[in-house]
Design a protein around this ligand. Structure first.
Ligand SMILES: COc1ccc(C(=O)Nc2ccccc2)cc1NC(=O)CCSc1ncnc(N)c1Br
Length: 273
């Protein structure tokens, strides 16, 4: 049986360790599954909170989606169990923690590090789209770092299967493409836009359409008001890739497999990344 084989887990199957952070709707703890000694992250969600936010169906869909996803750049959801008041998610533990903290610490990443992350995210999204799953909420807060420094997409709180494309507004505005901000039909190309926003933020330390007021961010997104600051100095190939992903017409955005062939990625991404 695998290290964390899926059985009817209860809380007694785990030794609970330090708190790892406050994820969406709940707290996350380091934990060890007693039988296998396997280290995991245990996320505790309160049923009452899920009920009042009407996200139980979302969680059920997410658990269903995650059970079919196996990719080194996607954080595993090994399984779940519940008791009277709580639902517990047994998650893969990412030993090097949260990417956004790393970005805050470094201010911005080198072009090699940014390209390595973008390449691994592109591969993870190609894998998801191949399974008709769009993520729709790729942002630094949802990214973790594995033991070898590799990126792990960690929260599918808003993912949907493409056949039931939703118009719901979700997550912060910064990462949403025009079609979601204007809440019209959207498809897998939303993840290409978000990857472009992420690439910009990895290189400059701030998202491209950031503004004080929500309404200004909204306007900058729908107008694709993309500007490249003079500092830090970024290569023209990096700007070219970002400009090909942050395109208003979703059918004109650079497809993910073309992202992996772009000169900036080919010249800068570490293969292992
Ligand atoms: C596959 O990862 C998830 C899958 C699902 C959900 C989730 O809450 N879904 C959800 C919750 C309510 C309603 C609808 C969806 C959340 C995560 N992941 C997380 O919350 C990340 C927890 S923080 C952490 N985890 C590992 N190693 C670390 N070092 C850290 Br820090």
């Amino acid at each position: 049986a695998s290290a964390v084989e899926k059985r009817r887990w209860t809380l007694n199957d785990f030794d609970i360790g330090k708190p790892l952070g406050r994820g969406k709707f709940g707290h996350v703890y380091l934990a060890r599954e007693k039988r296998s000694n396997h280290i995991v992250a245990l996320k505790v969600l309160f049923k009452s909170q899920l009920q009042q936010s009407q996200v139980e169906h979302q969680l059920r869909r997410e658990v269903e989606i995650q059970s079919h996803l196996r990719h080194s750049n996607i954080l595993r959801l090994y399984g779940y169990f519940y008791d009277q008041k709580r639902i517990y998610l047994v998650l893969e533990y990412a030993p090097r923690g949260e990417l956004y903290k790393e970005l805050q610490k470094c201010k911005y990443f080198s072009e090699r590090r940014a390209a390595t992350y973008v390449a691994s995210l592109a591969r993870a999204l190609i894998y998801c789209h191949g399974k008709h799953v769009i993520h729709r909420d790729i942002k630094p807060e949802n990214l973790l770092i594995g033991a070898q420094g590799e990126l792990k997409i960690a929260d599918f709180g808003w993912s949907v299967h493409t056949f039931n494309r939703r118009r719901t507004m979700c997550g912060t505005l910064d990462y949403l493409p025009p079609e979601m901000v204007e809440s019209v039909e959207h498809d897998a190309s939303v993840d290409i836009w978000s990857l472009g926003v992420l690439c910009y933020e990895f290189l400059y330390g701030v998202p491209p359409f950031e503004a004080k007021e929500h309404s200004d961010t909204y306007r900058r997104i729908v107008q694709v008001d993309l500007k490249f600051p003079p500092r830090p100095i970024i290569s023209s190939t990096a700007k070219d890739l970002i400009s090909q992903m942050l395109v208003k017409d979703c059918s004109q955005r650079l497809p993910l497999h073309k992202v992996l062939e772009h000169p900036w990625i080919v010249q800068n991404a570490e293969l292992s990344g």
